[in-house]
Write a protein that binds this ligand. Structure first.
Ligand code: PTJ
Length: 248
């Protein structure tokens, strides 16, 4: 297996190869599910069609997400096996920047994977990782996928759910959470139900949200309010679809 560090930065497929390597390593470490490999392949196809870059509407979405997280009472960043493998450090930095909780929430939940992801996040600087208490449930979902912490996702007003399956994204939005979704597919149900869909690769999106949050925190409450109200979710989804279908 090629080590990430051995891929030259100017390789035309650099980001894609780094991503694949991280997902493979995540599976080997018991963090990422084997289904995560398939999810990654789906994402990669959309990223290719998007031009493997952050399109302007995705940047506006990242700014709106940053503003929404800063303005939240109790923001929570949900982490699954792909997220943990791809952007552990960036998620910890974002959580610190916007003062959010990190909570592990898995589609294919096992205690072993929960523990492996928790310690992986701690190795990347997380001070507290929620998810293993599982003392609350998301209504309307089958057992394992519904498990959340009462003082985490259950109590959150804003939840960031990257690379999520559509059912749970919909159930969270039905619970009245303001949902920020990162997903490369603008037609996925998760992106469609999100208050703020960020149609971008998580590798680019998470550091970008953090950068915007740092800027907005300096700029103050008016700038935060404006970034929230200026954002139009339908326009962001349409712009991403137009880029994918027509290269516009
Ligand atoms: O770790 P678990 O058990 O919680 O499982 C996580 C996966 C991702 C396997 C599970 O939630 C799943 O099966 O998800 P789906 O239904 O395949 O959806 C994943 C979505 O993420 C798809 O719409 C992909 O296009 C998108 N995606 C994949 N890789 C990326 C991505 N979006 C942004 N950045 C990526 N790198």
């Amino acid at each position: 297996m090629t080590d990430c560090d051995e891929i030259p930065a100017d390789h035309p497929r650099h980001d894609s190869l780094v991503t694949r390597h991280r997902i493979e390593a995540g599976v080997d470490a018991g963090i990422t599910s084997r289904q995560g490999l398939i999810a990654q392949g789906r994402g990669e196809a959309f990223d290719y069609l998007l031009g493997e870059e952050t399109i302007p509407s995705a940047d506006r979405a990242a700014r709106a997400a940053a503003a929404t997280l800063l303005a939240a009472e109790h923001p929570v960043l949900s982490v699954n096996g792909n997220v943990a493998a791809l952007v552990p450090e960036a998620m910890v930095q974002l959580a610190e920047t916007v003062d959010a909780d990190l909570e592990v929430n898995l589609f294919n939940r096992t205690e072993k994977r929960m523990a492996a992801i928790e310690s992986h996040l701690e190795d990347h600087g997380a001070r507290e990782v929620k998810g293993r208490n599982a003392d609350a449930r998301i209504p309307g979902l089958s057992h394992e996928r519904a498990k959340v912490d009462a003082d985490g996702i259950k109590a959150a007003d804003v939840v960031l759910v990257p690379l999520e399956d559509g059912d749970r994204a919909q159930a969270l939005s039905e619970m009245g959470k303001t949902e920020i979704v990162i997903d490369l597919n603008p037609l996925s149900r998760s992106a469609q139900v999100a208050a703020i869909p960020i149609i971008d690769n998580i590798l680019r999106a998470v550091p970008r949200i953090t950068d915007h949050a740092r800027d907005l925190a300096k700029a103050g409450p008016e700038a935060i309010e404006q970034a929230r109200t200026d954002f139009d979710a339908a326009e962001a989804l349409d712009a991403a679809e137009a880029r994918i279908r027509d290269g516009l």
